[in-house]
Ligand binder design. Structure first.
Ligand SMILES: Cc1ncc(C[n+]2csc(CCOP(=O)(O)OP(=O)(O)O)c2C)c(N)n1
Length: 370
């Protein structure tokens, strides 16, 4: 597994990745590192705020990313604006990097909308809940990039569990066959809800890609610099016409699968303790302290930014207008659809039975029976 930052924060020589991190040794190096640190702290704070909002009944559900900040920020910050991201539901850190309006990340989880944002405004598709389906979308988009003769890339984010899905394997066949500029970015967070990765694969997930003829890198996913470098390598290959790449970022989901899950029912507490020692933010913090980049002023600036962002997220969620019940029929099809119109009509007539207090309208017979 490739690593640039040890858990102690020490920078290790890494011949394959170091050439892709030269900007860190230049005049702006400290600013780049401080930027990565800020993003990771801010996204952890958004995650904690969203979890609190769910516990307070303001969101129906939330899939925490705690522990996966380096995998998401390191890869997200390597991308160019014209690259296109296809993610699942946990990549809120990547959405933050793409510039999504923060409260829009939470709209779906509040139940206010059936999708989050305009994909073409930020070049990131709305989150996919069907495990692995987004890899096919990414490869299709990547083939479109090829037809256009452009040098962008399509990046599919998915979990370890998704690699066992047919969709992901079919996507890899197509990407390899057409040498599409697609990046398969797998966050191996070790658990597919209660299913451990060890049960799903007897080889590393990165090695699976080798079977399709796709070049692969296995990096420490809690090391933001290793992830940044690996993503730059894959992007460069895609831009040069070198075809797809697979990155396995080895990380850990420190929280539950979603706020509806209780991981203590299937996970050993010692495992969590081991991974807490490899925390991605603490590791970068140690590095920045040792190199003199992290001082009290930077710490304060980042803490203030996190507070500010958390306040925006909270205010945005709480003030979201409630959707109309019939809005559920909007945006299902681009063209009029008689079957949907019929369903909408039935639902409207059903809703018409109720008055504003929620009681059933219409006369009741004696004794309250109809
Ligand atoms: C096709 C499909 N099968 C099953 C599910 C139910 N499901 C939701 S999340 C999940 C586990 C996914 O694990 P992984 O791919 O490792 O991603 P992670 O949640 O760890 O980020 C499953 C099986 C689903 N959403 N889609």
């Amino acid at each position: 597994m490739l690593q640039v930052l040890a858990p102690s924060g020490e920078r290790l020589p890494e011949p394959q990745l170091d050439p892709w991190l030269q900007d860190l040794d230049g005049a702006d190096g400290a600013a780049v590192l401080a930027g990565l640190y800020e993003d990771m702290v801010v996204i952890r704070r958004i995650d904690a705020e969203a979890t609190a909002l769910q516990r307070q009944g303001e969101l129906a559900l939330w899939p925490p990313l705690l522990g996966q900040e380096a995998a998401q920020i390191g890869s997200g910050r390597a991308l160019r604006q014209d690259d296109f991201v296809f993610s699942s539901y946990r990549e809120n850190g990547v959405a933050y990097c793409r510039g999504v309006d923060l409260s829009q990340i939470l709209r779906v989880w509040r139940g206010n909308a059936s999708s989050g944002w305009d994909p073409f405004a930020i070049n990131m598709a709305t989150p996919q809940i069907i495990i692995g389906a987004q890899t096919l979308h990414a490869v299709g988009y990547a083939m479109g990039i090829q037809f256009d003769g452009a040098d962008a890339a399509a990046v599919a984010y998915f979990g370890d569990g998704a690699t066992s899905e047919g969709d992901v394997n079919e996507a890899m066949v197509f990407a390899a066959s057409y040498q599409a500029p697609a990046i398969f970015f797998c966050q191996n967070n070790h658990w597919a809800i209660s299913e451990p990765v060890s049960l799903q694969s007897h080889i590393t997930l990165a090695e699976r890609a080798g079977g399709f003829g796709i070049p692969h890198l296995r990096v420490d996913g809690n090391d933001v610099l290793a992830v940044l470098a690996a993503t730059r390598i894959a992007l460069d290959r895609a831009r040069q016409g070198g075809g797809p790449s697979f990155i396995e970022a080895v990380t850990y989901r420190m929280g539950p699968h979603t706020t509806a899950d209780d991981p203590t029912r299937y996970r050993d507490a010692n495992e969590l303790e081991d991974w807490a020692a490899k925390d991605p933010i603490a590791r970068l913090e140690r590095h920045l302290e040792a190199t003199g980049v992290l001082d009290d002023a930077l710490r304060q600036r980042v803490a203030d930014k996190a507070d500010e962002v958390a306040a925006v997220v909270r205010a945005g969620v709480i003030s979201m207008p409630e959707p109309e019940a019939l809005d559920v029929f909007k945006h299902v099809y681009a063209e009029p659809n008689p079957w949907l119109d019929r369903q909408e009509d039935h639902y409207r007539r059903y809703l018409d039975q109720f008055d504003h207090s929620g009681a059933t309208a219409g006369a009741t017979t004696e004794g309250g029976r109809r």
